[in-house]
Design a protein around this ligand. Sequence first.
Ligand code: 9YT
Length: 130
Amino acid sequence: MIVRHVGEVIGTDQEIVTPNWTSRRVLLADDKMGFSFHETVIAPGTETHIHYQNHLEAVWCIEGDGEIETIADGRKYTLGPGVVYALDQHDEHWLRGGTAPLRVICVFNPPLTGREVHDAAGVYPLETAS
Ligand code: 9YT
């Protein structure tokens, strides 16, 4: 069994800090769970273009506020505690922070290996664990 605390990841290479979001990746491909499991905090007032062409992602919003806009149809969804969204169609979207840090728990399938950040097209490359 694996038992971890998110605090063990903070300040290590499993914490990815960008201007728009911080991702604490607690379970990764090497853990052989078939998914990766992260806590992500979206900074207020930010806008991030995301298109996970190689991954499925589900997101559970815990605290704070924000918005997601799906680019294909321009629909906007308010994000806040209790909202869950799943990018089951690899949906290209804008993720926007609101007025307070938006803390979410994310699951990726296939699992991230750890260091991924979005490329210019909002994509994470498909990597395999060594
Ligand atoms: C919700 C979302 O996709 N935020 C971007 C970061 C991502 N969750 C990650 O790499 O953990």
